[in-house]
Design a protein around this ligand. Structure first.
Ligand code: SF4
Length: 456
């Protein structure tokens, strides 16, 4: 008697770190159910697309993927379950399954916990086509009922680094952003539950955690004020106290919620790294107001200076949108000059992309022509690259503690890892993955530090 082969899966992730972390939960859950990774998407019994809708590009990529998988599913005689999850599902809940009827399961980011049940129902129909009595259109499970998937097992690609979700949703109203519509109101995970998860991760060999939330530093604002710890600053301190956790990072904070207690916790906690992703978005106060970012250029400058005074060697990274509706050349140049003033170590730069349902999408009359947006983007990229290279050059000659992530792709026989400032370091050395080793930096580019491990 032979045992049937286990079912195989393929998960494709689009978008942000939150999505990447959700996919870790999804793969962990699939493996707990006895499934194994497929060698190729076409070979998979279950294909899961974890989608993003923050910009237009990922939408298009998903549509291309869905067309491709339609052919595969047909060639397999329908014997392939297609599940689509994430933000795009929430945004297109009214038409996704009508447009792509070969999709079996659609689930929102707040329903990952239920995906296993949905899949069971979907392939319970035999050929895996996923028609379920009374539910011929698949399973959204999006509704307003959302829950953290924290009890699901996680399959991490890096054994020594982990993401920890501390909140979901966002209560801000940035005029360009679809997140509040697709991820819902902000909900904070219970404080003790997060600390317990980090303790478990530390016991499992994790040395670096990144606390995740759409607006991570407003964590706890809606937790009960019963005297027990509940603020983001208290959470940083509690995680810092966990034995075995050597590095703490977090993303993404909102400048408006960067209070003194958080800055003090960053400065005082040895494990909180001297690096901060501080989304600026634009350098003009008028544009920031139109974006509803709730701070002015001057307040952003003051905040960056205040943090730098508390943590002198801090590295900033940021997000910047160019070509927001109505942005003039002079306002764009204010963004450039703010980058020059703050001196970011890195920046994610984007062309404004209208998302249906957002306030800014209705500013059509003020849209900037794509060619002009592209020109501004290229100019900005040149500026931020130059500043990043100059900032990284300050590390040349220093010895940095590098968390080893494995073998570098090139040059041959080199290792790669991350510095405390979260810069990629490629170096000559000999150390196992997960070790933290001293590396003397000998060269810097805008994205990478090169070095040699220091041996005693
Ligand atoms: S803070 Fe603004 S940009 Fe960030 S998720 Fe919330 S609404 Fe979107």
């Amino acid at each position: 008697m032979t045992t049937p082969d286990p079912q195989s899966y393929h998960v494709l992730t689009f978008g942000c770190q939150m999505n990447a972390h959700d996919s870790e939960r999804i793969t962990g859950m699939l493996e707990q159910r006895g499934m194994v990774p497929a060698a190729d998407q076409a070979d998979a019994d279950v294909v899961v697309f974890n989608t993003c809708t923050i910009r237009e590009k990922p939408d298009q990529k998903l549509y291309d993927q869905l067309q491709r998988v339609k052919g595969t599913k047909r060639r397999r005689g329908g014997n392939q379950v297609i599940a689509v999850g994430g933000c795009l599902v929430e945004a297109h809940r009214d038409n996704l399954l009508a447009e792509f009827p070969w999709v079996d399961v659609a689930f929102g980011p707040g329903r990952i916990r239920d995906l296993g049940n949905y899949l069971e129902l979907a392939d319970g129909e035999g050929a895996g086509v996923g028609h379920v009595p009374g539910e011929s259109e698949g399973f959204y499970g999006i509704a307003d009922e959302r829950s953290f998937a924290s009890e699901l097992p996680t399959r991490r690609d890096r054994p020594h680094q982990a993401w920890v979700q501390i909140s979901m949703g966002c209560n801000m109203k940035c005029s360009y952003c679809i997140v509040p519509a697709v991820r819902g109101k902000e909900v904070s995970r219970p404080f003790a539950e997060i600390v317990e998860e980090v303790e478990r991760l530390a016991a499992d060999g994790v040395r670096e955690v990144t606390l995740l939330g759409q607006n991570v530093n407003s964590y706890g604002n809606h937790l009960p004020r019963d005297g027990s710890p509940r603020t983001f600053a208290e959470l940083l301190r509690a995680v810092d106290a966990i034995e075995g956790i050597d590095r703490i990072r977090y993303t993404s904070p909102h400048p408006a919620h960067m209070q003194g207690d958080v800055i003090a916790a960053m400065a005082e906690c040895a494990a909180v790294m001297p690096q901060l992703h501080l989304p600026m978005q634009a350098g003009s106060t008028r544009v920031l107001k139109a974006m509803r970012r709730t701070y002015s250029r001057e307040r952003f400058v003051d905040l960056a200076a205040k943090i730098r005074a508390a943590i002198p060697d801090i590295s900033y990274s940021t997000d910047i949108i160019v070509g927001f509706p109505g942005e003039t050349e002079a306002e764009f140049l204010e963004t450039v000059s703010l980058c020059e003033e703050i001196r970011f170590d890195g920046a994610f730069t984007f062309i404004y992309s209208a998302r249906t349902g957002t306030e800014a999408a209705a500013m059509e009359a003020d849209f900037i022509p794509p060619a002009e947006q592209q020109r501004r983007l290229e100019h900005l990229i040149d500026v931020v690259r130059g500043i990043a290279e100059e900032r990284h050059t300050r590390h040349v000659g220093q010895v940095q503690e590098v968390l080893v992530e494995g073998a570098a792709r090139r040059p041959a026989h080199h290792l790669r890892g991350r510095s405390p400032h979260n810069v990629k370091v490629v170096f000559e050395g000999d150390a196992p993955e997960g070790a933290i080793v001293p590396v003397r930096i000998v060269h810097a580019t805008s994205e990478t530090l090169l070095g040699r491990q220091v041996t005693t």
